[in-house]
Each structure stands twice: as C-alpha cells, then as structure tokens.
Design a protein around this ligand. Structure first.
Ligand code: KG4
Ligand code: ZN
Length: 365
C-alpha cells in the first residue's frame, strides 16, 4: 500500500441503513473510525417481515443522516474521504438502489472513486477487518437472510461449498418464535427458552444430512414444529411454559446438529487445500447463538482448526464491513463509475450454481 486511505462505506440492502468510515494507515491494522447503523425493525414490525417499498423509502431518508453522523463521530469532513464504497447487491432492489444512488452522488460531488461491494463479501471479509485473519479461511455466514459456507481466498476470490436451499436459520428461529408466541427477533427468545427445555422430548428432522454435500434446508423444521405444537395443544388445550421451552430446545438442537455436521463436511473440503493455519470464522446474527457457537468450537477443536467470531455488532449488517471490503477492492485497483448497477442477486462465487429460495430478507445470493 502506498498511501493512507480513508473510505466511507454505505449499506442499505435490507432493513438497516448504515454508514461507516474505515481508515487504513500504512503498515497498520485497519481502524473503524465510525460505524452508524439505523435499524428499521419498528417500521416493519406490524407486517411480519421486511416490506421492500417501506425499506427503500426509509433508506433514502436516512442515508445522508448516517453519513453526517459518521463524519461527526470521526471528526472528519467529506474532504477527508478518499473513496466511497457501497453495497451494490445482493438484497432488496429498492434499498440497494438508494445506497448506490447516494454513493454515486457523493463520488461525483467529491471527485473521489466509487467502489461497488458485494454485501456477502462484506460479511466474509470482516474477520480480516477485526483480526487481520490471513487467507484462505472458511467462513460460515449464518443470519436471517443468509446461510452459506465460503472458502475465502482473496477480496474477490470465494468458493461457495454449499448453503441453504430454502430458509436461512435466522428465519427459522423467527418463525418458531412467532408460532410459540415469543418475542421478535426470535433468535434470542428461542435460545433463552431452549436453555430451560428438554431437547429430547421432541425429535425434529435433521434435513439433508443423508446428502454428502454442504447444502442445508430449514423450511421443513417449522412445519414439524407447527405439528408438534398443535399436537400438544390438541392434547392439553394449550401450551405451558415447559412445553414452549421443550419445543424450543428440540428445535435448536436440530439446527445445531445440522450446522455442526455440515461444518464438519465444509472443513474437510477446506482442509484438503492444506491451509497453513486453518481457521473457521462465523458471521451473521445467528452466530450470536451460544449453543451453535459452543458446538462449532467443539468441531473446530477436534480438527485443530482455530475458531473465530467477530464482535456481534460487526457480525450483523453494518457499513464498516462494506467500507473495509471496498478498501480491499480499492487496493487491488478496482474502480466503478456511474454505470454501477444495483444487483438484487449477485453470487460471490460465479462458478457455483444459483441457490434456490428467497427468504423474508430478500433474495439469497
Ligand atoms: O445478521 P442479522 O442481524 O440480519 C440479517 O439477517 O441480515 O441476523 C438477524 C437474525 C434474526 O433472524 C435473529 O433471530 C437471529 O439473527 N438471531 C439469533 C440470535 N440472535 C439473533 N438466532 C439464534 N440465536 C440467537 N441468539
Ligand atoms: Zn447481511
């Protein structure tokens, strides 16, 4: 690297509007000077999922506020920005467009380069931002909108080993919470109930474990849970706290088993490449789940693989990861111009077949 770089990043692909400033000084670790996130959950709460049109309008209203807050937090002005990085996909088209248009305006107005970033690359490169992890590493991206295994070899070099063919695990947690009358987002509520439950009372399916690949399926779990819930209600005319806890424990145990077994398979493929210091990194909101984390740590320990998870605020959607992924692209010479398009679908690994399904949070890459 020949110069210090200060990058402004924008993120608006789903239901978080975010702006961040990341600085890379010569020979030093990258630094997050500001990371501002304005969530929209209140706007969508009544609808049971993200409403794309509402999301896009809210992004358009909030983006410049986020940029102002990021500049104020880092004590900088727009003149200090060397390049603008923006999520150009995948995600909800209206939201992505809001971000791309805002970034184009800033880039043209300031006369600085524009760099389009794949949202998934932002997640996948986060361990390099937080811990300077060396390539290649294995990433499990597991959130409300994504679930995939990636070998990360470079800023633009990803191999997708497999992923969900329908729902993402976060969606399954959220739907389970809804079916049991627990609070949204469902992950933390289901986890808390599961800790008080008996995981052996209900046995839920572990889909696709009979297939040798790294693909997963979570949509059948909610149907199984619904049937089990209805059977209890039919028998006892209602659900007790213990019934809820046992249902949550059984559900979570199924998710943990599937993720652990598929992680084992993904690690085997990754380890075939003989990385010198093998590492599994997780990102995404579901990575907050303590049972999932504990099991993944066990799998890694058995195989002598280091396990790492970025802090939760950088695991979930944010713009620091976009600024950082933009920075890595910028350093490889990548530049975009006013033709940069918003791409609702944008697979990281062009060689891998397209994933099926599209969850509440929009199209999966
Ligand atoms: O990454 P994220 O903030 O947003 C996107 O999906 O893009 O992830 C949110 C998801 C929600 O579905 C939420 O229920 C889930 O992460 N989640 C959890 C936990 N905390 C959040 N799932 C399981 N266990 C948790 N502790
Ligand atoms: Zn995301």
């Amino acid at each position: 690297m020949t110069q210090d770089l200060t990058i402004l990043g924008l993120e608006s692909s789903c239901d978080d509007t975010a702006a961040a400033i990341v600085r890379q000084r010569r020979g030093a670790a990258p630094e997050i000077l500001a990371s501002i996130v304005h969530g929209q959950s209140d706007l969508h709460a009544a609808f049971g999922g993200v409403v794309p049109e509402i999301a896009a309008r809210a992004h358009a209203e909030k983006l410049d506020i986020c940029v102002e807050e990021a500049l104020a937090t880092s004590n900088l002005t727009l003149k200090d920005i060397d390049a603008v990085a923006v999520t150009a996909g995948p995600g909800l088209i209206g939201g992505v467009l809001s971000g791309v248009m805002c970034a184009k305006g800033l880039s043209a107005g300031l006369g600085v380069p524009l760099v389009g970033v794949n949202h998934l690359a932002g997640h996948a490169l986060t361990p390099r931002l937080t811990d300077q992890v060396a390539y290649p590493y294995l990433m499990l991206l597991v959130s409300g909108g994504h679930c995939q295994f990636l070998i990360v070899r470079g800023a633009e070099d990803f191999s997708r080993l497999g992923g969900t063919i329908d729902d993402a695990p976060g969606e399954a947690f959220d739907k389970t919470a809804r079916l049991l009358g627990l609070a949204q987002p469902g992950g933390p509520a289901v986890q808390a109930a599961a800790e008080r439950g008996d995981a052996t009372r209900f046995r839920f399916p572990r889909p696709l474990l009979d297939r040798p690949d790294c693909d997963m399926s979570f949509s059948g779990l909610k149907t199984a849970l619904l049937r089990a819930r209805d059977a209890v209600i039919a028998e006892k005319s209602g659900l007790t706290e213990q019934d809820r806890a046992d249902l949550c424990a059984g559900f979570q145990a199924a998710i943990v088993d599937v993720l652990a077994e598929k992680t084992r398979r993904a690690l085997a493929l990754y380890l075939d490449e003989n990385p010198s210091a093998p590492m599994l990194a997780v990102a995404g909101g579901v990575a907050a789940n303590t049972a999932i984390r504990a099991r993944l740590e066990t799998v890694c320990a058995e195989l002598d693989v280091t396990f790492t998870a970025p802090p939760l605020s950088l695991c979930t959607d944010n713009a620091a990861m976009i600024a950082y992924a933009g920075l890595e692209r910028f350093q490889t010479g990548a530049r975009d111009d006013m033709t940069l398009a918003a791409r609702p679908r944008w697979p990281l690994d062009k060689a891998a077949p397209a994933m099926l399904g599209s969850g509440k949070k929009g199209a999966k890459a």
